[in-house]
Design a protein around this ligand. Structure first.
Ligand code: MN
Length: 196
């Protein structure tokens, strides 16, 4: 398995004014590529080329280490960027909508709770929406490269709360970052993940 940087579905400036071309350049072209290059070297070194990233995340979550950090960051950034769009579906429908209503009462209430989880996050990491085995949805704050797969949850949605994701565009304004995040989040992708 030799990983390549996934194709970005949109132009670098397409998410403006919510996320700038400069942030995409640093976050996607430089940082994401850096993680991918690391993983390609490490998989070879650890003789794990035959395993998928998901398997490695679960296998190495407890012990952590440089391989786990980089593999999880590749997985997390793939998940983050593929759900963003300049022309997103702005509201969930179908089975996902039913599940959100069941777990959070309404989409508005879900967003409110998710916003709070982002704003109150201390340090670097990601806020996730995931599904548990019993079907219920939950929001979790995962430090650094943490991933709900390691808790046997099914990840549905991620918000990158590392400063590199928003600081150029929203210095000291994480609140504005999450409020604007909803303008570029493509619910079509989240529905597909949910139905998968
Ligand atoms: Mn990031």
């Amino acid at each position: 398995m030799i990983l390549e940087l996934p194709i970005l579905r949109f132009g670098k400036n397409a998410l403006e004014p919510y996320i700038s071309a400069q942030t995409i350049e640093f976050h996607y072209d430089k940082l994401f590529r850096y993680y991918i290059n690391n993983v390609n070297i490490l998989l070879d070194e650890f003789q794990l080329v035959r395993f998928g990233l998901r398997t490695i995340i679960k296998k190495y979550a407890k012990q952590g280490g440089i391989l786990f950090y980089n593999v999880a960051q590749v997985w997390n950034h793939t998940f983050y960027f593929e759900q963003l769009s300049p022309t997103p579906k702005t509201m969930p429908e179908g089975n996902l909508l039913l599940a959100i209503n069941k777990s959070f009462d309404s989409v508005a209430e879900f967003k409110h709770k998710f916003d709070k989880a982002v704003i109150s996050f201390w340090g670097s990491g990601n806020v996730w929406l995931s599904q548990k085995d019993d079907g219920t949805l939950l929001i979790t704050q995962e430090l650094n490269e943490g991933n709900p797969l390691t808790k046997d949850y099914k990840p549905l949605l991620i918000c990158d709360v590392w400063e590199h994701a928003y600081y150029l565009d929203y210095p000291c304004r994480k609140t504005d970052y999450i409020y604007n995040f909803w303008n570029i989040l493509d619910w079509d992708i989240i529905e597909k993940r949910f139905d998968d």
